[in-house]
Design a binder for this molecule. Sequence first.
Ligand code: CA
Length: 299
Amino acid sequence: MLKLCTACNNPDARRPGAYAEAVTSILVVEDEPTLAEAIAARLRAEGFATHLAGDGPAAVRTAQEHLPDLIVLDVMLPGFDGLEVCRRIQAERAVPVLMVTARDDESDLIEGLRTGADDYLTKPFSMRELIARVHALLRRVERAAEIGAGGGAESAGAGNVIPIGTGFGPGTAAAARTPQPLRFMAIGTSAGARMLEIDPAQRRVRIGAGRSQDEAHLTPTEFDLLACLAGQPRTVLTREKLLAEVWDWLDASGTRTVDSHVKAVRRKIGADWIRTVHGVGYALEAEPVLGDSLEAAGR
Ligand code: CA
């Protein structure tokens, strides 16, 4: 009771966006001690608190014990691998995971994203790259927490910051003040047959219409990627642009990250919504639908 009142009178104590001020703890799971210590040292230099684990079981135990705010997770580990670690940890508590893999194997990456990892790095990577990804991931989680704290569309009043990629930015100022679900219809299908609904306020994605509507459970990164594409439907966005907008990261060598996340999104919402333009990028192949039209189509 007393604690609750104290918290109410001290907004900073409960502010979800306080990651920059509060000490954010990061669990580093890596079985090469030199690399593990180098990563941890760099994270500490950035102001993070760190915990270390060198194998699968230790990673799960340390995560349970210290409840880290983020996990940097190597895939190849003694005991059981990073994918299994991710499954076990995520089953208990949602925590952002940056997966690190030495294998240049796409199926491995896709599997990592499927087990609940939010982003990944392929070895070898630079410390600068790692730190950029950590900050980007924390910012994304922070945005999601703010949405959660702010509630749904009802409380999304004037001055609310649009939470997702800049796709919903300039030109849609009214939408940004009160983010309404964006609705799309697959090109070439009749009304009600193939609908896609993206709700920026609740960060939810639904497929289909009316009673046959199913929710697609996207990770925060996958949601931002889809929302970015949806901000400019039928327009090809380059991998570099998507990297910059979704990952806050301007380095073209990371474009395979975009490819893997697109694959993961396709698995969840259906393959044909996102068109690949080989050598260039991706486009959402769908027609925006006004709210009223969807009501008419789906109900
Ligand atoms: Ca390893």
